[in-house]
Design a protein around this ligand. Sequence first.
Ligand code: FES
Ligand SMILES: [Fe+2]
Length: 383
Amino acid sequence: MRHERQIELLDRLVGVDPNLPWTYGPTSMRNPASAYTDPARFAREKQVLFRDRPQLVGLSGECTTPGAYLTANLGGVPIVVVRQTDGSLRAMVNVCRHRGATLLEGRGTGGLRRIVCPYHAWTYNTDGQLVHRPAAAQGFDDVTVNCDLHQRAVAEKHGLIFVHPTSTEPFDVDTLLCGLGDDLADYGLADYVHVETRTNSWKMNWKMVLDTFTEAYHIRFLHKATIAPYFLCDLIFDAFGPHSRTIGLRKSVVEQIKDKPRSEWKLLPYSTTQYFLVPNALLVYQLDHIELWRLTPIDVNTVEVATSIFAPEPPKDAAALNHWTKNLDILLKVTETEDFQQMVRIQKNLESGALPELVYGRIEPALVHLHTAINAAVAESVR
Ligand code: FES
Ligand SMILES: [Fe+2]
C-alpha cells in the first residue's frame, strides 16, 4: 500500500483512545436467523454468489510453471486451472467427458503434460483437447460429438486468479474488484510463494466464517488472553462494491502518531490488512507474509475452509519452512479454538429456532456492509 494512502488511513486514528472503539457505521441491521439456516436461502446464495459470478481460485504463485494446476469446487462445479506452456491459464470443468470421473485432485506444482482420466484413461492435453481414448477405433467410432473438456472463463491480474464456474464469457478483474485492484496491485502478490494449505470442514453456514473476521468488537472479550493485549479494539473499514477492506492495528500505532511528524507515519508495520473478496475469499496482508482463506460452502450448515500461507520468497531451509509452518499453526489455533468453536455453537443455536434474528450494530460496520451486500444480491435474484 503506497505511503500517502497509509497516512490518509492513519489520519482516522488521530485522537483515538486505544482502549475504545472509534468507528460507527450509519445504521445497525437485523438479519433473520434463516439467512444462516434455511436450505432454500442457501440454494439461492449458491446460485447467485457462487455459480453466477467469478470467484477467486488462488494466487498466481500457486500455479507458476507450465503444467502446474489448481483444483476447486466453485458453487458445486469441479474446476481445474492449468498453467499452459505459453504462460496463460486455462480453466476447465474437472470432469471427464466419457462418464464423468474426476480428472485431477488437489494441486500440482508443474510438469503435467497430459491429463489422464483414472477410470478408462481418456487423455487430454493440458488445454483440454481430447488426444487419446483407448480402443477408440471400434469402441467410439460412431461418436461424432466433440469430447474436449468444457472450458470456463479465467482471468489473472495483480497476482490473483479468478474463474467463472458456469460461463466462458471473458470478464475483467478490476471491474470485479470494484476499486480494490489499485490497493492489491501494490503488494506484488504474483511474487509470493505458496508454502502450505490446510483444509478443514466446519458445521456452520459459510457466512459465519466471514462474520468471524469482520469486526473487532469481540477482540477484547473472546480473545482477551491471546490477541487483545496487542491490538486496538476497532478496525479501519472501507467498502468497495460488495467487498471490503478492514485494517486491524497494533496498539503501538497510536504512540507513533503522537510522536512522529505526519510524513513519517507508517501503517503497514503496525497492521493486519484484510480484503474480503465476496463471496469466497479473505486475503490477509501481514508485513512479512500473505494469508488466504478460501471458503467452499457444501450445504446450508457445512463449509470447507482452506487456509494458506504465502511467503515473499521460497523457504531457504528447514528452519525457514518451520517458521512459516509455525505461523500457520498459531493462526489456526486462535481462529479454530476461539472463533470457529464459537461460530459452530451459534449455528446450532440458530438451528434450534430459539432466536428469530441477529442484530449487527453500528459498531460492526463491515459486518453490516457484508450482509447488506449479500442480502441485496439474493433479493435481486428473486425479483
Ligand atoms: S470416465 Fe474418464 S475415461 Fe471413463
Ligand atoms: Fe476473532
